[in-house]
Design a protein around this ligand. Structure first.
Ligand code: ATP
Ligand code: MG
Length: 566
């Protein structure tokens, strides 16, 4: 991983530009020295790693000084796509990431009455009007970047008529799309967002919280800033796409008697390679059965990453590493993988597991013999201690730790060579058993009883391989994940018209006959381990005693792959 400039910044204790602005505001005594941030998800899908970036930024800032507060606000202004299922999952994910909102849980829908009252005030002030144009007419009338917009024929309605029509819109007298309320700003503004933006639309649709109380719903641009102002948000942080909405954000706040004066700041959204990040597309993958659900471990969702075995710490560290800037870029998913590998290396207990077993019969080991070897639980953590691992005459090793005809530089097992069994003796391969087709089905070996905990005299053993005792091993199914898409930018300009055509057909590989060391018999969902020499694995939520199921979170770096490359 190439360390980003931001990582260097944070190591040197340099703040990002938003934290610099906040520090200056606090120093200048703005907002009475208070800093209030919020995370404002729309409950129309599950959170993804991009949202995690926003959560870490907003919550992180709230923890970095006195008089600071963090709000969780559901931006639930569009009942057509929003559901309670999403509200619940978002709360679970935000909490899991470590952000705490305490008492400060809010819903934009709680402000519907106030927002309506303020809209009436704008009408009274001649700054909003009811437009009967069709959505197409409104779009056409808005003009382009090079042409000014055209005033709607309804722009100069009287205040009285506007008030009456707006009240009737609320009362449910008109069908969906018949009329909208627009702010009366400037049809010739170079900023299209100021060309009389729509504030309210008619939608006869039940809302997950307000039920059928409303058939009139505010647009994001109108609801958002006013919600910020109601809650006393001081720094309203959003992604760069909203930069040219800021003049509109400011216009509403300046033209309404709101109780506080929030300011909007924009940062670059996170884009990650080999995945898509919009909730709409993620929903499409779920609905289309292209993944097993929102929490499919290949998904960039927070619940998918959790099921995959990511830790909250690793996601927070990732967010710290990528930093906060104003430049849109593409972050290599390897940076995310690095962060979880780095964390699990410190905390995950080591165990031995064999994904594709090859039997080895240790011929000079007693038939019914059994010994307890001592395996180190975590070399990074001296406190973690050791555990017993049983050895017997028949063991299983990883099939690819044996090559009958090894190339130069291959130090693992092959006929006549000696390797160490991790935490145990050295063995020498003395024979190869094959089936009728010539496939290797078992190996014969001898062990040297003098090599427990010490090197054999006069012989150099260059590799230590993992193993399990055949008699003691427990069965498991292991799911190996690869990138969800074959292209770093599945929606990029070279990616073709349908990003779904770029799904990686090999993103999931199910390994059915894995054998694990006996201590894993009682592993429970959510537990994470390092399978020695293979990677980090996590017990899946569908795992059960007797039917163990593991997900590979991330592989260890494979030194052999590098050798082979060279
Ligand atoms: P999507 O485009 O994925 O559907 P969204 O912006 O519509 O996301 P919201 O629920 O409106 O989703 O987002 C909540 C907050 O998360 C917003 O403040 C938004 O700016 C932020 N956010 C969304 N996506 C990203 C991202 N990729 N990187 C950083 N912040 C993001
Ligand atoms: Mg949105």
């Amino acid at each position: 991983m190439k360390p980003a400039e931001n990582e260097e910044d944070s190591r040197k204790g340099r703040a990002d530009f938003i934290r610099e602005i906040i520090a200056a505001d606090v120093a200048a005594g703005k907002n009475g020295g208070q800093v209030v941030t919020r995370f404002p998800p729309e409950p129309n899908g599950y959170l993804h790693i991009g949202h995690a970036k926003s959560i870490c930024l907003n919550y992180g800032i709230s923890q970095e000084g006195e008089n600071r507060r963090f709000h969780l606000r559901f931006d639930d202004t569009n009942p057509s796509k929003e559901e309670t299922e999403y509200v619940d999952s978002i709360m679970e994910d935000v909490r899991w990431l470590g952000a705490e909102w305490g008492e400060n849980l809010f819903y934009a829908s709680d402000y519907f009455e106030q927002l309506y009252a303020w809209a009436v005030e704008l009408i009274r002030a001649g700054k909003a009007y009811v437009d009967d144009s069709t959505p197409d007419e409104i779009r056409e009338g808005r003009g382009t970047l090079t042409e000014p917009g055209m005033a709607s024929p309804f722009r100069d309605r009287s205040v009285e008529e506007n008030l009456e029509l707006f009240a009737r819109m609320r009362a449910g007298e008109f069908p969906d799309g018949a009329r909208v309320l627009r702010a009366k700003i400037d049809m010739a503004s170079p900023n299209l967002n100021l060309r009389d933006p729509v504030m309210y639309r008619i939608m006869h649709k039940e809302h997950h919280r307000t039920g059928n109380a409303w058939c009139l719903y505010p647009n994001y641009d109108y609801a958002h800033g006013q919600s910020d102002a109601i809650e006393g948000i001081t720094h309203s942080i959003c992604t760069l796409e909203f930069e040219n909405h800021r003049p509109l954000y400011d216009w509403f706040v300046e033209n309404l008697p709101v109780p506080s004066r929030p300011h909007q700041y924009e940062f670059a959204r996170l884009n990650l390679s080999y995945t898509v990040m919009s909730k709409r597309k993620l929903l499409e993958l779920v609905k289309g059965g292209l993944v097993s659900g929102w929490d499919d471990p290949r998904m960039p969702t927070v619940c998918g990453l959790r099921r995959r075995g990511f830790t909250p710490e690793s996601i927070r560290n990732f967010c710290k590493t990528i930093g906060v800037t104003k430049f849109n870029g593409l972050t290599d998913v390897a940076v995310l993988e690095y962060s979880v590998r780095e964390h699990l290396n410190r905390v995950a207990p080591r165990v031995m597991a064999v994904l594709r077993p090859l039997k080895v019969v240790i011929e000079n080991y007693p038939e019914d013999g059994e010994e307890e070897m001592r395996a180190v639980n975590n070399p990074e953590d001296p406190e973690a201690g050791t555990r017993p691992v049983p050895l017997s005459r028949e063991i299983l090793i990883e099939a690819d730790d044996f090559l009958e005809d090894p190339p130069k530089g291959f130090y693992r097992l092959s006929p006549g060579t000696e390797v160490r069994l991790r935490y145990s003796y050295c063995i020498t391969c003395t024979g190869v058993e094959k089936d009728a087709e010539g496939n290797v089905v078992a190996l014969r070996a001898t062990y040297d009883p003098e090599t427990l905990g010490k090197n054999p005299e006069g012989r150099k053993v260059k590799a230590a391989i993992h193993w399990v005792s055949a008699r003691h091993a427990v069965d498991a199914e292991i799911r190996l994940y690869d990138r969800l898409f074959t292209l770093p930018e599945p929606e990029g300009k070279d990616a073709g018209p349908d990003y779904k055509a770029n799904l990686n057909p090999a993103s999931l590989e199910v390994v059915a006959g894995a054998k694990l060391e006996a201590s894993l018999v009682a592993a429970v969902p959510g537990e994470r381990f390092q399978f020695e020499r293979l990677g980090y694995f996590c017990v899946d939520k569908d795992s059960a005693p007797g039917a163990l199921l593991f997900n590979r979170t991330v592989a260890l770096k494979d030194s052999w792959a590098k050798v082979a490359e060279r």
